[in-house]
Design a protein around this ligand. Structure first.
Ligand SMILES: *Cc1c(COP(=O)(O)O)cnc(C)c1O
Length: 360
């Protein structure tokens, strides 16, 4: 039995855009075929528009968002480099793990889950870090951390930002904010299945590219000639052609709609959920003023069982929502409204289903 009607309102993947599904049916080309290279160049240009950057080194890493994180750290961190990392959820913790494995001296700036990190605390954490790293949209908590003040005060440090759940859903302004290294994923607000990690790196960051990172696969020294067209394209790894078609199509859909319109669509869905869920007995959990429209976190009304409630939503209404993680496992729901899923009809369907659920 297949569930082609599933509404994916968890923390990801989201439902892909129809144009994206269609792109998977395109014939597979050789990865050095001029026709494919032209598509890759156009894809990278589309990514620059969505990231709001001029960075030449902008391309999708051939693996999921976590590989984007690995690439961001392993190419710029050498043993004993100091890296300041904001931690207010799962993905900040994952950054610490990845940076430690590169031999970094990690200075973790912790904040309570559900609250945003004060940028000044990250700036004050160390006098001369090599990197200051933070998650823009914490998918484990539904919190948005401020980035622009970090760019203003970073000094000589490189600013590294996880934009997996923000790119395409809320404003991300790489050049305007002074972000040096950023990565994302395809399956959240970009409306493409999981499998690629858009990465962008500033020229300033490239000056401190590690000469021989411990990862062969993610070594940007080798990859960049292949993906951004400096000189002849040479084999590095076989590009995942069909996934790249899919991302090319997804970005095309977003840009055709208009980036600002896509943000507004995500915001309208988030606003509706934030307004209506409290009327149904839920409480908004993420800090006010830092709530993500694309990922709403709520505590459950008394009498509603986490696992049973989510199972009913899935089985009876074919709607997936996510449970809580870490300290709030079993206590909160994470409701995603990302990419193609971010439609008012889906919001209304979920609210109607929840209304029946809590009345039962
Ligand atoms: C989903 C996510 C990741 C990891 O991406 P994968 O595609 O699961 O590897 C990293 N950071 C954040 C903020 C995420 O939401």
């Amino acid at each position: 039995m297949t569930h082609s009607d599933r509404i994916l309102m968890g923390p990801g993947p989201s439902n892909p855009y129809p144009e994206v599904i269609e792109a998977f049916t395109r014939p597979v080309l050789g990865h050095l075929d001029p026709e494919f290279i032209a598509l890759l160049d156009e894809l990278n240009a589309r990514l620059r528009t969505v990231w709001q950057t001029q960075n030449l080194l902008t391309f999708p890493v051939s693996a999921t968002g976590s590989a984007g994180m690995e690439a961001a750290f392993c190419n710029f961190v050498e043993p004993d480099d100091t890296v300041v990392i904001g931690v207010n959820g799962v993905f900040g913790s994952r950054m610490c793990d990845v940076a430690s494995r590169c031999g970094a001296n990690v200075v973790a700036v912790e904040e309570q889950w559900g609250r945003a990190i004060d940028p000044q605390r990250l700036i004050d954490a160390h006098p001369s870090p090599k990197i200051i790293a933070v998650v823009h949209a914490e998918t484990s908590t539904g919190v948005r951390n401020d980035i622009a003040p970090l760019g203003e005060a970073k000094g000589d440090a490189l600013l590294l930002v996880d934009c997996v759940t923000s790119l395409g859903g809320i404003p991300v302004d790489i050049d305007g904010w002074g972000v040096d290294i950023a990565y994302s994923g395809t399956q959240k607000c970009l409306g493409v299945p999981p499998g690629l990690a858009p990465l962008t790196v500033s020229d300033r960051a490239l000056e401190s590219l590690v000469a021989k990172p411990q990862s062969w696969y993610l070594d940007l020294n080798m990859i960049r000639a292949y993906v951004v067209g400096e000189g002849a394209r040479a084999y590095h790894h076989t590009a995942p052609i069909s996934m790249l078609y899919a991302l090319h199509a997804g970005l095309g859909t977003v840009l055709e709609e208009g980036l600002h319109n896509a943000w507004a669509r995500h915001q309208a869905c988030g606003d509706e959920l934030h307004a209506r869920l409290p009327e149904l007995g839920f409480e908004l959990w993420a800090q006010e003023g830092h709530r993500l429209p694309e990922l709403t976190t709520v505590t459950l009304p008394a009498g509603l069982d986490d696992v049973a409630g989510r199972r009913t939503l899935l089985e009876r209404y074919s709607i997936e929502v996510g449970g809580g993680l870490g300290p709030v496992a079993g206590k909160v729901w994470r409701i995603g409204c990302m990419g193609h899923t971010a439609r008012m009809r889906n919001v209304r369907m979920l609210l109607g289903a929840i209304e029946e659920l809590v009345a039962a």
